[in-house]
Design a protein around this ligand. Structure first.
Ligand SMILES: [Fe+2]
Length: 136
């Protein structure tokens, strides 16, 4: 189950696009660890590595929105918060049960689908707003 950043996911803000690429790489590392049958300990490490990056990335994206008075800020932040809480629930499950087939499927659904949908709709809308304002 590969997750790959492709050009059509670009929102036109270099800082955000670079972070999305890194995010995809870390999600991909987590899948690799799960499907390669790595032990729980290793998986917990990779989850933590992804989690740290998610927190940094979302807060920088939100900061950018506040800085430029983005009108969709509240809605956008709610989406980030929902992702974080879903991710935490999965993290707890992974820690407890290890990478079962069910969890890997859920992981794929929660992380990959959410990320791609979010970037395609919400982050692209942000990119358009910043462009219209002449910021990027
Ligand atoms: Fe976002």
């Amino acid at each position: 189950m590969a997750i790959e950043w492709k050009e059509d996911l670009a929102i036109g803000v270099a800082q955000v696009d670079d972070q999305h690429k890194e995010l995809f790489k870390r999600v991909s590392d987590l899948f690799d660890a799960c499907t390669a049958g790595k032990g729980k300990e290793e998986i917990v490490k990779v989850v933590k590595y992804l989690e740290d990056y998610v927190v940094v990335h979302f807060s920088e994206e939100e900061e950018l929105q506040r800085q430029y008075s983005y009108p969709e800020y509240n809605n956008h932040k709610q989406q980030h918060d929902k992702f974080v809480s879903d991710f935490f629930a999965l993290k707890a499950k992974l820690q407890y049960e290890g990478p079962t087939a069910t969890i890997i499927i859920q992981l794929n659904h929660t992380l990959v689908n959410w990320l791609i949908n979010h970037i395609r709709k919400s982050d692209k809308a942000l990119g358009i707003y910043l462009k219209q304002k002449g910021i990027v």
